[in-house]
Every structure is written in structure tokens, then in C-alpha cells.
Design a protein around this ligand. Structure first.
Ligand SMILES: Nc1ncnc2c1ncn2[C@@H]1O[C@H](COP(=O)(O)OP(=O)(O)O)[C@@H](O)[C@H]1O
Ligand SMILES: [Mg+2]
Length: 450
């Protein structure tokens, strides 16, 4: 019953617009729960609709259980879809709504047993004889799920099914969906723009950006080993700190990472990871530090693998069980466009090409010289790739903190006060100027078997 779903270089073009989905490849095992995650407009629904047969595939191939399926009708595919707007028939009872697909398939048979067992599974057996309008949002979404599962589909395709519900209910139903799909063992493809939802539900999470698949891995791995700066920034709250930096690798003496006003000195002997940074000498890189990778403590308390920085307290966000401290360390945050919307902000593009007539050419030459593929994952706002040296004097003064750090809730911190910081180098991410991860290497992430 449950199906293997395989997409090979699948693309979708709507007219002349840029491809909504571009060479998307993903193989989903029978019974697996895969989440498509990405900002609004990145092509998630389009992928789902191509799997369902609701949207024609422009290029590439879809296989269901190994059989070519591009031209199968939605009915032949036997999948069930659940949408954000759970379109129930208002004039039918919930019982009739759940039984609707069964009646369509087999009008003469009595389906009450199947309807009732489905309703029991979803905890809505007591409201079967009411109408959708008499239910709460959560109950209505359960009826919609009931309608989707009553037919025992070969796969579930869910498109932001919880987006219209309030936060509490969403968390509750999230747990129910996880349990239900596991019990039924049906292959599930679930679309969401909510990273927390994706991380809590998926066996694997497929992160998309601008129609292109960025990474597909277990939730643990997309968090610990993001392939690029976009994935790093999209996953995790608070958002990973991303700082513009330059590698300083003198022929003699210690290698360090220049963060603007401060330097992170790398301990000798260099780890295998940090040896990789040597060839980045003088280049713009992006340093990623999750809020748990930095703690407020004096250098005297440094453990092996921790190095010192300092920061000025800008703002403390009290969270109850912890506090998030916004600090200014004198570095420049790296800007990752596309995090919230589909296409890069026009302003960023303009600024890049406006950085002098030769900037684009320089960049291309540099890419060719270093053998890097064009098509940057990240647009560094300033300094543009190719520019370096002293920071431009007309840079706006720093107003907000550039580093967010977690602390216990009881730490007394004064706004404007300077605090010592310790950075755990085992949790230091470095991305090249295209946004691709240089380190850590996979095997160096503690607690992750890859
Ligand atoms: N029927 C359509 N006609 C034209 N463009 C579309 C259509 N459906 C989606 N698009 C475009 O394709 C892109 C991806 O859309 P979609 O798959 O709905 O994104 P998501 O579900 O990730 O928010 C968007 O730029 C959107 O405007
Ligand atoms: Mg969508």
C-alpha cells in the first residue's frame, strides 16, 4: 500500500517565469515521513502538487514504486492530500465528509465501520453527526485528516495542514500527526515553512530555496551540519549568528579569524577542520555561531577548545528558563537574503552591481581562478566579494547586537557593560563567500553519527 516516491531532476516552469522548481531530486522510502521546508514561494507546494498529479511536470521524472508516473492521473496514484484550508462540505455531516471518498470509490458498500474506526483514531467519534460549522478549528482539521485517511491512501501529501490553527492546537495536532502516520506506516510528504514543525515531524527534512533543493538530511544533521549558510540560518531559534570575517593565516605564528574589531585565535596544533581554513587566507568568509556555542565567562574559565572574545551588552531578552543576551562584538553580521521570501531582495542585487563597474567581472574571474561554481548561495552585502581591506568609513554605526548568546535566567547583566565571552571552537561554523560550509567536517560534530 505504502509507496516509494522518487523524483529525478524534476522541474516546473509556469510560462516564462523563472522555474518555480528547478531540477529537484529526492527519493522517499516507503513509510518515510519527509518534510519539505523553505520560505514562502520557494516551490514546496509545487513539488507536492506534482507528486499528487495536480500539476504537470515540465521536465524530469517521477517514479512511484519504481514505475514512471508522470502521466498517471491523480486517481491512479491513490494519494490523499490535506491542505491548509480544510475544505469540508458544509452541508454534509462530519460522518458523510469522512465517508465521502469511500462512497465515491464504492457507492453500494456500507462504510460505517471504516468511518467510525477512523474517527476513533482521531478522537472525533463523538462529533460524527454534527456539521463542520459546529466544530472547532482543530476538530475540523481532524475531520479533514479523517477524510484523507479513511480510504487508506498509498501516501499522504500534506500542505501546511496546521497553518490556520492557533499555536497550542498546532503543537497538539503536530504530535498527533506524527503518531498517526507512524501507526499507519504510510509514506508522508509534509510541506511547511515552519522550521520547528519540520524538525519535530520529519524523518528527513528537505530544505528548499528559490525552487532549488539545498539539503536533505535528518533533523539532527540539518541542524548540526548545514550544507550552506542559508540552511544554517533557516534552521534553529534563535537564528544562528552569522558574522563577516577574514581568515588570517601568517606563514609564521598563529592562524586567526578576523571578526572586525576582534580576532579569534585558533589554538595550535590546528585541528583538521581548521587546517582547511588555511587556503582561505585573506578571503572573506562567514563565521556561524549558534547561541549555545558562546558563553559569558572570563578567559580564566576557558576549557580546552574555547577561545576568548568580548562583547558589550545591548539588550537582554528574558525567556523564563533562560535569557538571550544581544551583544555587540564589533563585527558585521552577514546578510542572508531569501530567508523569508522567494526571490532575492532587489536592493541587495543592486548594491552588488553598484559596487563599481568591475565588481561583477572581478568576482567571476575570482570564481574561475578558484574553480568555484558560479551562482552564489549568499550575497554578502558589504564588503562585496573581491573588496577587502579596511572597512569602509561610511558604514552605518552598529546599532543592534551582532551576537546573541544564551545564558541562565539569573545572570545579572548591565546594558552597555562589557562581558567576557568564550567561544567553543567545536561549534564554530565557517562558510566560504558563496555560503558553502567549509567546516566543521562531518566527523567532527560531537554526538552525530554520519
Ligand atoms: N499556478 C501558478 N501559476 C504561476 N505561477 C505559480 C503558480 N503556482 C505557483 N506559482 C509560482 O511558483 C513559485 C512557487 O510557488 P509555491 O510552490 O506555491 O511555493 P510555496 O508552496 O513554497 O510557498 C512562486 O513564485 C509562485 O508564485
Ligand atoms: Mg505553499
Amino acid at each position: 500500500m505504502t509507496r516509494a516516491i522518487s523524483l529525478h531532476h524534476v522541474s516546473k516552469a509556469y510560462g516564462r517565469a523563472p522555474r518555480a522548481v528547478d531540477r529537484f531530486s529526492l527519493s522517499i522510502e516507503p513509510g518515510e515521513f519527509v518534510v519539505l521546508l523553505g520560505p514562502s514561494g520557494c516551490g514546496k507546494s509545487t513539488v507536492l502538487r506534482m507528486i499528487a498529479g495536480l500539476e504537470e511536470i515540465t521536465e524530469g521524472e517521477l517514479l512511484l514504486d519504481g514505475e514512471p508516473a508522470n502521466h498517471m492521473t491523480p486517481r491512479e496514484r491513490g494519494m490523499a492530500m490535506v491542505f491548509q484550508n480544510f475544505a469540508l462540505y458544509p452541508s454534509m455531516t462530519n460522518r458523510a465528509n469522512i465517508g465521502f471518498p469511500l462512497r465515491l470509490e464504492n457507492p453500494r458498500q456500507d462504510h460505517s465501520e471504516r468511518i467510525e474506526s477512523t474517527a476513533r483514531m482521531l478522537g472525533i467519534d463523538s462529533v460524527l453527526d454534527r456539521y463542520p460549522a459546529q466544530l472547532s478549528g482543530g476538530e475540523r482539521q481532524r475531520v479533514a485528516m479523517g477524510r484523507a485517511i479513511s480510504r487508506r491512501p498509498s501516501a499522504f501529501l500534506m500542505d501546511e495542514p496546521l497553518s490556520n490553527l492557533d499555536a497550542k492546537l498546532r503543537n497538539h495536532l503536530r504530535a498527533e500527526i506524527a503518531q498517526l502516520t507512524e501507526e499507519l506506516g504510510v509514506t508522508t510528504v509534509y510541506v511547511t515553512h515552519d522550521q520547528a514543525e519540520a524538525m519535530s515531524l520529519g524523518d528527513r527534512v528537505a530544505v528548499m530555496r528559490g525552487g532549488v533543493l539545498q539539503q536533505v538530511s535528518s533533523p539532527r544533521e540539518v541542524y548540526a551540519l548545514p550544507e550552506n549558510v542559508f540552511v544554517a540560518a533557516f534552521i534553529g531559534t534563535p537564528r544562528i549568528n552569522l558574522l563577516q570575517a577574514v581568515v588570517h593565516a601568517p606563514l609564521e605564528g598563529r592562524m586567526s579569524i578576523d571578526l572586525g574589531r576582534q580576532r579569534l585565535a585558533l589554538p595550535e596544533p590546528l585541528s583538521t577542520d581548521h587546517q582547511l581554513l588555511r587556503i582561505q587566507q585573506g578571503r572573506d568568509i562567514i563565521v556561524g555561531l549558534r547561541s549555545e556555542a558562546v558563553r559569558i565567562a572570563p578567559p580564566s574559565q576557558a576549557r580546552p577548545g574555547e577561545v576568548a572574545l568580548s562583547g558589550i551588552v545591548e539588550h537582554v531578552e528574558f525567556q523564563g528558563h533562560e535569557a538571550l543576551v544581544h551583544l555587540n562584538t564589533g563585527s558585521q553580521p552577514a546578510v542572508v537574503p531569501d530567508l523569508e521570501s522567494a526571490r532575492p531582495r532587489p536592493g541587495v542585487r543592486r548594491r552588488r552591481s553598484g559596487g563599481g563597474a568591475g565588481a561583477g567581472v572581478l568576482e567571476r574571474l575570482r570564481e574561475r581562478a578558484t574553480g568555484q561554481v558560479s551562482g552564489p548561495v549568499i550575497d554578502l552585502e558589504e564588503p562585496g566579494p573581491g573588496q577587502r581591506g579596511p572597512r569602509s568609513p561610511d558604514r552605518p554605526p552598529l546599532t543592534a547586537g551582532d551576537l546573541v548568546v544564551r545564558t541562565g535566567p539569573d545572570m545579572r547583566l548591565r546594558r552597555g557593560g562589557q562581558v567576557p565571552l568564550l567561544v567553543d571552537l567545536a561549534h564554530l561554523y565557517v562558510f566560504d563567500h558563496h555560503g558553502r560550509r567549509i567546516c566543521p567536517l562531518p566527523r567532527d560534530v560531537p554526538g552525530l553519527d554520519v
